[in-house]
Design a protein around this ligand. Structure first.
Ligand SMILES: NC(=O)c1ccc[n+]([C@@H]2O[C@H](COP(=O)([O-])OP(=O)(O)OC[C@H]3O[C@@H](n4cnc5c(N)ncnc54)[C@H](OP(=O)(O)O)[C@@H]3O)[C@@H](O)[C@H]2O)c1
Length: 333
């Protein structure tokens, strides 16, 4: 008897916010495995802000998902059948498996992961792509030094909360920007940040940053873009580094306004550099080893926000844009 696979297909390209009608949820039969293919029962799907960009036409750092194609998604799961010598039934694996209940994968596109000491879902979060983004983004682009001051936006989210905590380990003063009192309180009490700015209840973000960092910001780790990026630029200390990681405030917008305060980069002798985490995938092991050590030692905390139901894919994905997610957003299949 053949297995049924529930799949989330891209139905149309969104304009503005993602809508349920942008996806088709279908059921298909799982095909017979060819040589070197592995069948994975998908267990945890990573919901990432980048998915909004992947729904657009054309290619940026990666090609857009085609209409009718399974929505691209990082995921972790369990091997249920294998025609590949390196994988056997019961192996726990991670990879770009797509938003579906079963994935037929080329063995070379899967990574075996050890889910005996940490939950399997962590491999789509702190020990997966987003964890690497925070780790390499801060260390390889931000060049943190003890005693410096770091500002991070999207601070209560997956990447932001980890950036701030790694910066604390490295001896920096850390200021986070997040939406709402609950998230801002958790930056201080759960993640050990030094100060928090609630951008949803602050009239003048630039002034709030100045109050928290009177001597300026040495590193700004930007997850949101837009007005918050502009406000951060006004507060750069000399030789500041701006790490442009994400721009979630812009992803649903058809046109993107330019930076107003970019000349501050000249007077501060600053640098502004983008990061794409894919460039660091070949160094995954060093990152996972270090993050696992910090987690085991209680030096970093990790929160997951789990939702269930492939049928609710659009609704759950939208939580990233409304800020309803409290921690790494994971869809449990
Ligand atoms: N460059 C790369 O390779 C790479 C890789 C992974 C992720 N990223 C980027 O990193 C950023 C964070 O990703 P994540 O997975 O950690 O997501 P996340 O921070 O866990 O979730 C997204 C958060 O963004 C905030 N947000 C939404 N709309 C906003 C707006 N208009 N203005 C300000 N904040 C807004 C919300 O928090 P509030 O409640 O605080 O508003 C929301 O909870 C994203 O921009 C993502 O694209 C980049």
């Amino acid at each position: 008897m053949s297995l049924l696979n529930k799949q989330v297909l891209l139905a149309q390209r969104p304009t503005g916010k993602i809508k349920p009608s942008d996806f088709n949820i279908v059921e298909t039969n799982v095909p017979v495995l060819a040589n070197n293919e592995v069948l994975v029962k998908v267990a945890h799907i990573s919901l990432d802000p980048a998915m909004r960009g992947w729904m657009n036409a054309g290619t940026t750092y990666i090609r857009g998902v085609e209409i009718g194609e399974v929505m691209r998604a990082f995921a972790a799961g369990i091997v249920t059948a294998s025609n590949h010598p390196d994988f056997k039934e019961g192996d726990t694996v991670a990879g770009t498996m797509g938003a579906q209940t079963y994935a037929v994968m080329q063995g070379k596109h899967l990574t075996k992961v050890d889910a005996t000491k940490v939950p399997l879902s962590w491999y789509v979060g702190i020990l997966g792509m987003p964890g690497m983004t925070a780790y390499f983004g801060l260390l390889e682009k931000g060049f943190p030094k003890e005693g410096e001051t770091l500002l991070v936006s999207g601070a209560a989210g997956m990447v932001g909360s980890l950036v701030g905590q790694i910066a604390k380990i490295k001896g920096l003063k850390v200021i986070g920007i997040a939406g709402g009192k609950e998230k801002c309180d958790s930056l201080i009490t759960d993640y050990g940040f030094d100060a928090a700015i609630d951008y949803k209840n602050t009239d003048n973000i630039a002034k709030a940053i100045r109050a928290a960092a009177p001597n300026g910001i040495d590193i700004y780790f930007d997850n949101v873009g837009g007005e918050i990026l502009d406000a951060a630029l006004l507060n750069l200390a000399n030789h500041a580094r701006v790490v442009v990681c994400g721009a979630i405030s812009q992803y649903n917008e058809a046109t993107h306004s330019g930076l107003k305060n970019y000349m501050k980069i000249i007077s501060a002798r600053g640098t502004l550099s983008g990061i794409i985490v894919l460039d660091y995938f070949n160094r995954a092991e060093e990152c996972i080893t270090q993050l696992a050590q910090w987690l085991a030692a209680g030096k970093i905390k990790y929160k997951e926000h789990t939702e269930q139901g492939l049928d609710r894919f659009a609704e759950i994905l939208n939580m990233l844009f409304t800020g309803e997610n409290k921690g790494k957003l994971v869809l449990k299949v």
